[in-house]
Design a protein around this ligand. Sequence first.
Ligand code: GNR
Ligand code: NI
Length: 166
Amino acid sequence: MAILDILNYPDPRLHTVAKPVKEVDAALHRLIDDMAETMYAAPGIGLAATQVNRHIQLLIIDTSETKDQLQVFINPRITSKDGEQEYEEGCLSVPGVYENVTRAEKVTVEALDETGKLFTLEAHGLLSVCIQHEIDHLLGKVFVEYLSPLKRSRIKNKMLKHHRAI
Ligand code: GNR
Ligand code: NI
């Protein structure tokens, strides 16, 4: 296993639209393992392939307290959305920034699991937020794009300054 580099906002590669996964093979399993190690080490509760500069429709999530309930979503599709909730979101690609975002309260998602089997999941609360946040990454969208232009430009400047300091 290996820890992968995570792209930082405003890296333009974060706006790449991911392509569907064609085959669930050994190379994909290796990427899933590496992404899991990267997510747990960060630590984070979700990671999209986009964030590690792999532009395929793959995301992983573990919202459990025990950090032993990895959920793998390949070629995910949201088939229904219901209600609204506001949640203070963070992102491994925008370190140190936490802002409220309003999203659907409930989502139904269809995806393939790590064995290539289709499953359907109804998610609420944090899991629902996380699924929507990760699917946005696959569409090339970062959560700061839901904020006002002023907030977003302040975050962009903060990130660029931080980068220069290294
Ligand atoms: O670790 C993460 N925490 C989090 C908190 C609130 C809403 C969404 C998230 S996802 C984030 C990891 C990440 O950046 N995934 O793309
Ligand atoms: Ni994120």
